[in-house]
Design a protein around this ligand. Structure first.
Ligand code: ATP
Length: 228
C-alpha cells in the first residue's frame, strides 16, 4: 500500500472574509512528480502554505507523513516563491550558501564530513553551478541565484520537495535539465515532488500528474485533478 506523503482533504481557507480556497482535496505520493498550476491569484501559494502548516485552514485536514512505509523519518525541502532576492552586497559565496543548507538538517553538533561535501558538490553540479562556487552570491544573475537556492535544497537530500515557481529566471535549457533532475529524484529515488509552475508546455513531458486550481463561475475557488 502506498502511503501518501501529502494528503489534503476538503480544505477551505479565507483571507479575512474572502474565501480563496474552497473544499480542496489532493494528495502526493512517493515516486511522483506533481505540478500545481492555475492563473495568477488562483491561490496556489496559499494552498501550499496551508499544506505546510504556515497557514491554518478554516476547515479540512492536512497530513504530511512523518515517516515512509519502512518507518524512516521524512524530511521536506521547501522553496517559497521569489526566494532568490539576495542583494548585491550579499557576502556569502555560492559554496557557503549551499553548505549552510546541510546545517539546517540539525547537524550543528557534527563536523562537516565527507558525505556533506559530496552532497554539496553533487547539488551544485546538478544545477550547473559548481564552477561558480567561489563567486559571491550578490554578484550572480537572477536565474543563477534561483539555481543556487535549488542546489541548497538538493544538498539537504529531502524526501518531499515543495517548490513554488522554482524556475523563475531560468532559460529553457536550464528548465529542461531541472525538470529532468526532479523526475529522476522522483522515479529513481522515490522522492515526492510538488511544484507550482506556470510553464505548462515544456513541463508536460516530465510531470506525472497535473493539479489545476480553477475559478468557479461564482468567483469562489475549486480544484480538480487532470492526468497529464
Ligand atoms: N496575506 C494575504 N492577505 C490577503 N490576501 C492575500 C494574501 N496573500 C494572498 N492574498 C490573495 O489571495 C489570492 C491568492 O494568492 P496566491 O499568492 O495564493 O495566488 P497564486 O495562485 O500563488 O498567484 P501567482 O500565480 O500570482 O503567484 C490573491 O487574490 C491574493 O491577492
Amino acid at each position: 500500500m502506498t502511503k501518501h506523503y501529502i494528503e489534503v482533504n476538503n480544505v477551505t481557507f479565507y483571507y479575512g472574509e474572502e474565501p480563496v480556497l474552497e473544499d480542496i482535496s489532493y494528495h502526493v505520493d512517493p515516486g511522483e512528480f506533481v505540478i500545481l498550476t492555475g492563473e495568477n491569484g488562483a491561490a496556489k501559494s496559499t494552498l501550499v502554505r496551508n499544506t505546510l502548516g504556515l497557514l491554518t485552514p478554516a476547515s479540512g485536514d492536512v497530513t504530511i507523513a512523518k515517516t515512509n512505509v519502512e518507518g524512516k523519518k521524512l524530511s521536506i525541502g521547501y522553496i517559497p516563491q521569489q526566494v532568490a532576492s539576495f542583494n548585491a552586497g550579499f557576502p556569502s559565496t555560492v559554496l557557503e550558501l549551499v553548505q549552510s543548507g546541510r546545517y539546517q538538517r540539525g547537524r550543528w553538533f557534527k563536523r562537516f564530513d565527507e558525505t556533506d561535501h559530496q552532497h554539496v558538490e553533487k547539488a551544485l553540479k546538478s544545477v550547473g553551478m559548481w564552477d561558480m562556487r567561489n563567486k559571491r552570491v550578490g554578484e550572480l544573475s537572477g536565474g543563477q541565484k534561483q539555481r543556487i537556492c535549488l542546489a541548497r535544497i538538493f544538498a539537504t537530500d529531502p524526501d518531499l520537495f515543495i517548490l513554488d515557481e522554482p524556475t523563475t529566471g531560468m532559460d529553457e535549457t536550464s528548465r529542461g535539465d531541472f525538470y529532468e533532475l526532479l523526475r529522476h529524484n522522483a522515479h529513481d529515488h522515490n522522492k515526492a515532488i510538488l511544484m507550482i509552475t506556470h510553464d505548462h508546455e515544456d513541463i508536460k513531458e516530465y510531470a506525472d500528474r497535473h493539479i489545476r486550481l480553477v475559478r468557479k463561475e461564482d468567483s469562489e475557488w475549486r480544484c480538480f485533478h487532470m492526468n497529464s
